[in-house]
Design a protein. Sequence first.
Length: 222
Amino acid sequence: MTMAKQDTDAMRAVQGLADSRSAVRLRAALAVGTTPDPRFVDTLIERCAIEPEFYVREMLTWALTRHSASLTVPELIDEVRSERTQARSQALHTLSKIGDRRAWPAITRAVLSDADDEVARSAWRAAVALVPEGEEPELAAVLSAQLGRGERETQLSLSRALIALGEVILPTLRAAMTDLDPRVRAHAIATERLLRDPDAGFEFAIEEAKRIVVLGRTDQEE
C-alpha cells in the first residue's frame, strides 16, 4: 500500500468519526486506533467530549490508548479542566486506562469531588489507577469524604474505588461509621462489609448496613 493510499484511508476514517451513524463512527474509531497516527489525537479527544454513544466512546478511548502517552496525556490533562462535563469524565476515564502516573497531579481534591456524579466516578477510578505508592491513605481519606453521596450506582462506584485501595481504608471507614449522617454511616458500613466479603453484593451490604444504622450499632459495638 502506498503512503498516499494510507493517508487517504486515514483521512476517511477520521471523517467517519463525525458521521451521523453510530456504526460508522465505531468503525472509524477502530480504524484510527488500529493504525495510530499522532495527527489525529486532537480529533479523537475532541470527539470524546461530544460522542453520545457509550460504546463508541469506549472505542475512542481504546484508540487513544494506542497512541503515545507523551502525546495523549498532556492533552487529556487539559480536558480534565474543561467546562464540559463529558469532556472531563471521558478524559479521566481514558487516563485511567492509559495508566501513566504523570497524570496524577491532575487528580486534585476538586476533581475528586466534582459536582457531576459521572465526572466524580471517573475521577475515583482514575485516582485508584494512578495513585503513587505511599499516597493511598491520603487518597482514602479524600474519597471517604464522599461517602453517602448520590444514588446506588454512584455509591457502588465509590465503594469499589475505596476497596481497590485495600485495608488502608479501614481507619477512615471506621471514622465514617460514627458520622452524624445516617447515609454516610450506612455507606461506610456497607463498604467495610464488601471489603471483608467481596461476594456479598452491594445491594445486600447496603441493606444490611441500613438495618445496623437503625439499630444504632456497628461491628465495633458487637
